[in-house]
Design a protein. Structure first.
Length: 236
């Protein structure tokens, strides 16, 4: 019996209604089909505006879709993100799906070390072990020790992105979504992050991401998934 994909998307559609522009409908995704299996890195490709980031947000449950299915398979249970209740989506984010955007959502007065350790603690790791793992990852990503006790609100964009990636790697889920994870990074840290993502694949994680740099895709991706732009504007 073949092993089912971790992620299976079928006939997915997403549109936005622009109420302040006469009710014009913006079609972002139209009939998207794709599978992502454990132990592979699938790179989303397509022109700017094709809907790649919107697709990741739909899979993570941030955007509700207008049609189709988003099936996530974990521990033998299938869940359709497209129709799941918010509490189910929240549970999947804790145990099954991780998402690394280009922006770190920071809580004031919470240290970088605690931000990175939090997901591992939520998944059952002892606090001391989670903090040590967080410290090790942040050191590998060249975040200085004197910054670990500070909120990343004061960090540079590249430092915030490295904290964001460390948080995802600290407690990897079976499915990880990356939206341009190396966009704000210098060449040295870029290489470190690419290595970390590669290690996730080797550990069996299913990775779906947007990697605009062709060299990054060549280094990481086991295959490309092309997203075709939908017909953008229709009448309400």
């Amino acid at each position: 019996m073949s092993i089912p994909p971790v992620l299976s998307v079928r006939k997915l559609s997403k549109r936005f209604t622009l109420h302040h522009q006469g009710g014009t409908v913006l079609n972002v995704l139209d009939g998207v089909d794709m599978d992502v299996h454990a132990g592979e890195i699938a790179a989303l490709t397509g022109p700017s505006g094709a809907g790649k980031s919107s697709l990741l947000k739909a899979i993570y449950g941030t955007y509700r879709v207008n049609g189709g299915s988003i099936i996530v398979n974990h521990d033998g249970f299938e869940t359709d993100i497209a129709t799941a209740e918010p509490r189910v989506i929240a549970a999947l984010r804790s145990n099954t799906i991780g998402y690394v955007s280009q922006f770190l959502r920071v809580i004031p007065r919470v240290s970088a070390l605690d931000i990175v350790a939090e997901p591992a603690i939520e998944m059952g790791m002892a606090r001391d072990a989670a903090l040590e793992r967080a410290r090790t990852l942040l050191a590998a990503l060249r975040i200085p020790d004197h910054l670990l006790s500070l909120s990343p609100l004061t960090f540079s964009g590249g430092e915030q992105q490295r904290v964001n990636i460390a948080r995802a790697v600290a407690a990897p889920r079976p499915l990880l979504l990356f939206d341009e994870p190396t966009a704000s990074l210098d060449p040295v840290n870029r290489a470190t992050v690419l290595g970390m993502i590669g290690e996730l694949r080797e550990a069996g994680t299913a990775v779906l991401g947007i990697f605009h740099d062709p060299a990054d895709r060549k280094t990481l991706a086991t295959r490309d998934i092309s997203i075709t732009p939908a017909r953008k504007l229709t009448d309400a």
